[in-house]
Design a binder for this molecule. Structure first.
Ligand SMILES: Cc1cc2nc3c(=O)[nH]c(=O)nc-3n(C[C@H](O)[C@H](O)[C@H](O)COP(=O)(O)O)c2cc1C
Length: 153
């Protein structure tokens, strides 16, 4: 079994639904041999990241940047995971009320420092909440889980 870790900031009903949609996609019945887990940032540390074969990060955009909880997550795992997790397949989704660019740039800089491998373009869910955001997230979860399962990443 490969482990897919989903770390998501979920401050609202909408963002909780998005994270659950990613998990739903990642646990689709067609995806075998993947154990997907959804955790809040505060429940995630180096132990969970070191054990992961792939990771999906979900954050809101706050004040033009990633949420404080996701930044705190990166601060806690950065050095403990730096050597061992280079090349970790990774994907990102951003829920932004109106932009998302500052968050994308900020996360990409950290991921570049960690040398994780972005295996999908960042998914930016922008503007008023749309029901389609949930299917986008489900698709993202399934894509990453299927890619890991198939050994593509
Ligand atoms: C303190 C705060 C700051 C925010 N700053 C931004 C921002 O800089 N850019 C942006 O696009 N959205 C911003 N937002 C909106 C959030 O991204 C949005 O509320 C969050 O993604 C939850 O979305 P929801 O309403 O669909 O639950 C901010 C929200 C809060 C509470």
């Amino acid at each position: 079994m490969k482990r897919l870790l989903i770390v998501a900031n979920m401050p609202s009903i909408n963002t909780t639904a998005l994270a659950k949609a990613v998990l739903k996609g990642a646990t689709h019945q067609d995806v075998e041999n993947i154990e997907a887990t959804l955790l809040a940032p505060l429940d995630t540390g180096p132990k969970q990241v070191l054990a992961a074969d792939g990771i999906i990060i979900g954050t809101t955009e706050n004040f033009g940047y990633m949420s404080g909880l996701i930044k705190d997550f990166f601060e806690r795992i950065y050095y403990p995971c730096l050597e061992e997790k280079q090349g970790l397949p990774c994907a990102l989704y951003i829920r932004a009320g109106n932009d998302g660019t500052g968050t994308r740039i900020g996360v990409e800089k950290i991921l570049s420092g960690l040398a994780w491998k972005m295996v999908n373009p960042p998914l930016i869910l922008q503007g008023d909440f749309q029901m389609s955001f949930e299917s986008d997230c489900e698709e993202l979860g399934m894509l990453i889980a299927a890619g890991l399962d198939a050994g593509i990443f």
